[in-house]
Design a protein around this ligand. Structure first.
Ligand SMILES: [Fe+2]
Length: 287
């Protein structure tokens, strides 16, 4: 029987590819590639994808690779805006329900931020609306967590991190390392951060525009909290009032991570947030 071109489906080509994988030394990779191809072929059949569209897809992936450099990781950005990074973080963190959710760390974390005492400011250039952020650390089984190491980093009032503009801000501006007191509390003196656009001048930004997706993150502070006997928590605290809160391009917003930034009589704002840390045993039991 003659085989007409219209009878040839992408699916049958993908199945032929999958059949060749029986002897693959790396079985998990073989399964991944086989199923990826089968799923993609299904989609190409359903959409009746053209050769130009396949070339456009290959062109996009090529551009993503070419946009990567020592200072920029466009592939990570793509995984972030597709929601993959956040989804994997949630799926694999395996925290008890009551614990504060883990989020992606993002590209602006720097280890080694200077040690700061309780109530010491991390705003080194004096610019911005003063913010007093009270962090309360609690254990998932109750009680304060003292002597925890709390690293904080955030953007300034213009939505710019210190390491994005080293000529414009002092080194380690709006970054610090605090230690929680006996009551599990620490007060961080800083300024109110503003949301910012993710780097959208490359192929990922173009994709977002083609899809009508937002590129602006809601205002937030970021934290890395470690304490003996507890899982290290990397998370965000978001300004609930930010209009961008409903559509974070990186999908890191969680109802448990929203906080109120309240005006104070001195013209500043105050915010307090309770971080609930998961005991280390939980992780060991689960993995
Ligand atoms: Fe951030």
């Amino acid at each position: 029987m003659d085989v007409r071109a219209t009878d040839i489906t992408m699916k049958s080509a993908a199945l032929a590819f999958a059949e060749r994988l029986h002897a693959a030394p790396d079985k998990r990779l073989a399964r991944f590639m086989g199923e990826l191809l089968t799923d993609f072929a299904d989609l190409a059949d359903r959409m009746d994808m053209s050769r130009d569209e396949l070339q456009a897809a290959i062109g996009f992936l090529t551009e993503v690779g070419e946009a990567c450099s020592e200072r920029r990781q466009e592939w990570v950005l793509l995984a972030d805006v597709l929601g993959l990074t956040s989804a994997f973080e949630r799926r694999h963190a395996r925290l008890p329900d009551e614990a504060t959710p883990n989020t992606l760390a993002g590209p602006f974390y720097r280890p080694g931020a200077p040690r700061r005492a309780d109530k010491e400011s991390i705003c080194l250039d004096g610019k911005g609306t003063p913010l007093v952020f009270t962090a309360r650390l609690r254990s998932s089984d109750g009680g304060p967590v003292s002597a925890a190491r709390i690293e904080v980093w955030h953007a300034n009032g213009d939505g710019v991190y210190e390491n994005q503009a080293p000529d414009m801000q002092p080194e380690f501006n709006l970054r610090g390392t605090y230690t929680s007191g006996p009551d599990g509390t620490v007060r961080i003196f800083t300024i109110r951060p503003r949301g910012y656009r993710i780097p959208d001048d490359g192929p990922v930004g173009r994709l977002l525009r083609q899809l009508g997706l937002p590129a602006t993150r809601p205002a937030h502070l970021q934290f890395r909290i470690s304490a003996s006997g507890y899982r290290t928590l990397i998370t965000h605290v978001f300004d609930r009032s930010d209009p961008a809160i409903a559509a974070d391009p990186l999908f890191a917003v969680d109802p448990a991570l929203l906080a109120d930034f309240t005006a104070t009589p001195d013209g500043g704002v105050a915010c307090s947030f309770t971080f609930i840390l998961a005991r280390d045993e939980h992780h060991r039991k689960q993995t």
